[in-house]
Design a protein around this ligand. Structure first.
Ligand SMILES: NC(=O)c1ccc[n+]([C@@H]2O[C@H](COP(=O)([O-])OP(=O)(O)OC[C@H]3O[C@@H](n4cnc5c(N)ncnc54)[C@H](OP(=O)(O)O)[C@@H]3O)[C@@H](O)[C@H]2O)c1
Length: 228
């Protein structure tokens, strides 16, 4: 496939950072993009090729997610990207922070993916991308909650792939290392100039979306200088 013209792509967490870059990249490739985020205001979807429809949606709410997908006749690509990170030692971890991360990374992915699957199937197949994290491959201190939430999200993605591949539904885990986004605001001790640019992660998501003849199980990206 040489472009996303004619495709409908849903991207969660499209109001900033990696999700925003993916939404822009998909729209530039011709897709009608539905971007989800809490800070967006509109509830009604009007698809337009090459444009991002910014829809208010909290992915931790099954009802809100279902209300968005009920407005979509078809979906070709869905990107589970929404989420944030709270870092603290395991001992000091606030249970509310852990629940919030599980709600967003795991349950958000469950809500969006379950709502999308009947539409992907109806379209004859499609792609589910999960934006994971290289944290699941490492043991970074102060990241037990975040790593647990990302590992749970990735486990769901991995099993979905085995269940759905015979229906031409591809499932790709995209694992960025440190990428310069608002997720690092207020977190000291990290050189943001050495981090990956969001556009490079968007390039990988577009690569997965265009390569419809192959299952890209897992794409990993790390900063040139190594883990930060
Ligand atoms: N930056 C990195 O180094 C890095 C590395 C590996 C993986 N990641 C992953 O990349 C993804 C995007 O993060 P980012 O770095 O781009 O951070 P970001 O700039 O803070 O973006 C997070 C996005 O998620 C949205 N969001 C958060 N909670 C949501 C909810 N409940 N419902 C809907 N949208 C929600 C935010 O929008 P609203 O606030 O408007 O809802 C925002 O658009 C996350 O899953 C993160 O774990 C990031």
């Amino acid at each position: 496939m040489s472009s996303l013209a004619g495709k409908v792509c849903v991207v969660s967490g499209a109001s900033s950072g990696i999700g925003n870059a993916i939404a822009k990249s998909f729209a530039k490739s011709g897709a009608a993009v539905v971007g989800l985020a809490r800070r967006f205001e509109t509830k009604s979807v009007e698809l337009a090729a090459g444009k991002i429809q910014k829809i208010s949606c909290d992915v931790t709410s099954r009802d809100q997610v279902d209300a968005v997908f009920a407005q979509l006749e078809k979906v070709d690509v869905v990107v589970n990207n929404a989420g944030g990170a709270v870092f603290s030692t395991f001992e000091a971890m606030e249970l509310g922070d852990l629940r919030q991360m599980m709600d967003c990374h795991l349950w958000g992915t469950v809500h969006v993916s379950q709502a999308a699957l009947p539409k992907l199937r109806a379209a004859g197949g499609g792609l589910v991308i999960g934006i994971g994290s290289m944290a699941v491959e490492s043991s970074f201190p102060t990241s037990s909650g975040y790593t647990a939430a990302k590992a749970a999200q990735m486990a769901v993605m991995r099993i979905m792939r085995t269940e759905l591949r015979n229906e031409n539904i591809r499932v790709t885990e995209l694992l960025p290392g440190a990428t310069d986004t608002a997720i690092w605001d207020g977190k000291d001790g990290f050189d943001r100039n050495k981090m990956i640019r969001v556009e490079r992660i968007a390039d990988l998501a577009l690569h997965a979306a265009l390569n419809d003849g192959v299952m890209l199980d897992r794409l990993c990206a790390t900063p040139i200088g190594g883990a930060l």
